[in-house]
Each structure stands twice: as structure tokens, then as C-alpha cells.
Design a protein around this ligand. Structure first.
Ligand SMILES: *[C@@H]1O[C@H](CO)[C@@H](O)[C@H](O)[C@H]1NC(C)=O
Length: 326
């Protein structure tokens, strides 16, 4: 009885907080990063009562429709907008899942949007609405082909910037490409929510997956070798329209710290300790979250004690009343 009660606690808590089940490899624990997540609904609304976002900042043509989307550009010519986290990502390994929607009227559309993990934040520029010569990672969802023969668009590609290299705009980033893939369905989406998922392990890889073929049907776009990101890197989004246009909407952002557990039951060799040090996340934000989690748990336990105590007290009271009656 006690065992099953204990076993049900995590589920109960998960149900209370609305934790979503996300697939993670064995031995990897996911800790939600509220400071880098966004959703239209509580507990993480786009805007709080001050019409501001606690964790994100936006600018240029970006508009917020509080219950539906954050629109980086509207379906109009010559727009540019950005949305950036206020705090840098401090997790060593992380996973960020973004639901977006790129849509518009007419036959020709452009130019596309970018997801950033860069030292720069909120600096408008000519790379999908954000600054060139950036330091860090740019993932481009390029919906308009300027000049890349033999490549089907929309095209998704990653570029690693080092502050001095410029984006090769004339050839849709061909010179800068770290990895990429064609993704025909990411623009329309239809009834299928379009999503992109970035999974980053500092010591081993960056992987990008896309969802556009069906709900919960993920397609791997690419996986790279280990890449080095700047010490201080913000999560951002930007988009741009030129002669061609589209709405570029961010619907939802779910970020997680990936905490890689050390091998259980393994001997404490120096090698293992090295492994532990490598994968140990530095995450002050997460510590706070774990604190609030503990507080939440404590509140549930206290509530339980009060209920049980109350019941026991009431029973005793009734018993004593009954016995005193006779
Ligand atoms: C930046 O990257 C480019 C292209 O890979 C390279 O030519 C250049 O030397 C790098 N600059 C610095 C400062 O590392």
C-alpha cells in the first residue's frame, strides 16, 4: 500500500505541474528551463500583467498576440523582428523544442527565420533579421532560394559564427554551412504543428530534428560532431521579409537542461570522475527550480499531514464524545 502510494507520487506531481513526457536517452534527466521557455498558456504566458515577458525581450516588428503567437514578421514586405531570452543559457547540455508557423498569402514567400544561440542578443541585422558576424550558433529556416542550384527549399541549415565570418547571403549560406537538410513541409504545415528540436551535448554533438510530416513524427535533419558555443549565449529567434513575405510565428518554446547521470554503480576511478565533471551542468536557474519543486512537494506533504491529522483528531473527538455520553 505504502509502496504503491509512493510510486504514484511522481505521477501525481507530474499531473499537477503539467510536465510533458519528452523522450530522452537512457540516463539523461530533463529539467525544464523556465527561463528559456514560452507558451501561450500559464504557467508560462507570453506576457505577464505588465505586458512584459519576464524571461524574453522582443523588438522591431515583432508583435505578441497574447493567447496565440509571437509574430516576428507579418505577411508584409520589408519586415524584421526578433525575440531573445533575457538570460544566457547556463546548461551544459540542453534540448530546445520550438513550435513555429510560417504561413502567408500569395505564391512566393520569404525570406525565412532563424534560431540563435549567440553572444549577441536583440541586435537587428541582415541575417534573417538579426546581426551578421555573430558569435555562436545560427539555425536558419530558409524559405526562399536566392541561388543554390540543386537544393530543394525550404532549407534548414546550421552556421557556426566566430564574430569575424559573414553570412554568405548571395548563396543562401552555402559557404558557411555546418550541416543542413531540405524540409519541404516546414512552411505550410497545414493541420500538423511544425516543430524543430535542437539537442546539444557540449562534449559530443548537436542534433536537429523536425516535425512536419505528421503529429509526433520526427525527421532527423542532421547531427554534427561536438561544437563549441560561446561562454555566454542567449537563445533567440528572428525573421525577415523583403520583397516576398510571410508571417513567421513562434507558438511555443520548451527548453530543458539535459542532466547526464554518471554511470550507476561504477567504480570511482579517476576516469569516471572526469566523466562526471564533464557532464556536470552549471545551472543556477535550475537550482532555483529544484528549490521550488521541493517547496511544492513539501506543501503537498504538509497538506496530507493536515488532512490526516484533522481526520484522526475528529475521530478521536467523536469517540470521546460517544464514550462520555455513556
Ligand atoms: C573565423 O572563421 C573563419 C572561417 O572558418 C576563419 O577563416 C577565421 O580565421 C576565424 N576567425 C577567428 C578569429 O577565429
Amino acid at each position: 500500500m505504502l509502496l504503491s502510494w509512493q510510486a504514484s507520487i511522481p505521477w501525481l506531481l507530474a499531473a499537477c505541474i503539467g510536465v510533458q513526457a519528452v523522450t530522452a536517452p537512457e540516463g539523461v534527466r530533463q529539467i525544464p528551463l523556465r527561463s528559456h521557455s514560452l507558451s501561450a498558456e500559464p504557467p508560462q504566458p507570453y506576457l505577464d500583467s505588465d505586458m512584459q515577458s519576464r524571461y524574453f525581450e522582443f523588438g522591431e516588428d515583432t508583435i505578441v498576440r497574447a493567447d496565440q503567437y509571437i509574430r516576428l514578421t507579418s505577411d508584409m514586405q520589408g519586415q524584421s523582428g526578433w525575440l531573445f531570452s533575457r538570460m544566457p543559457i547556463t546548461a551544459t547540455n540542453w534540448m530546445i523544442e520550438i513550435e513555429f508557423k510560417i504561413h502567408g498569402r500569395g505564391h512566393l514567400h520569404g525570406d525565412g527565420m532563424a534560431i540563435w544561440v549567440t553572444e549577441e542578443r536583440g541586435k537587428p541585422g541582415k541575417v534573417f533579421g538579426h546581426t551578421d558576424n555573430f558569435n555562436g550558433l545560427g539555425i536558419f529556416l530558409d524559405t526562399y532560394k536566392n541561388s543554390r542550384p540543386g537544393v530543394t527549399f525550404p532549407y534548414v541549415m546550421a552556421m557556426l559564427g566566430n564574430s569575424s565570418v559573414s553570412y554568405d547571403k548571395d548563396h543562401d549560406g552555402k559557404d558557411n554551412e555546418l550541416a543542413g537538410c531540405s524540409a519541404r513541409g516546414i512552411r505550410t504545415g497545414g493541420t500538423i504543428p511544425t516543430k524543430i528540436r535542437l539537442t546539444y551535448y557540449a562534449e559530443s554533438s548537436l542534433r536537429v530534428d523536425l516535425q512536419y510530416k505528421g503529429p509526433d513524427e520526427w525527421t532527423e535533419c542532421f547531427e554534427t560532431e561536438a561544437i563549441k558555443l560561446p561562454q555566454t549565449a542567449y537563445l533567440g529567434f528572428s525573421a525577415e521579409t523583403g520583397e516576398l513575405s510571410d508571417n513567421h510565428d513562434i507558438i511555443n518554446v520548451a527548453a530543458h537542461n539535459l542532466h547526464v547521470r554518471q554511470n550507476q554503480g561504477s567504480s570511482r576511478s579517476s576516469k569516471d570522475q572526469g566523466g562526471k565533471a564533464r557532464t556536470k551542468p552549471y545551472n543556477p536557474g535550475g537550482t532555483k527550480e529544484r528549490g521550488s519543486w521541493r517547496w511544492f512537494f513539501l506543501k503537498i506533504v504538509l497538506f496530507g499531514i493536515v488532512v490526516v491529522g484533522g481526520y484522526v483528531g475528529y475521530t478521536m473527538y467523536r469517540t470521546s464524545k460517544r464514550s462520555s455520553r455513556f
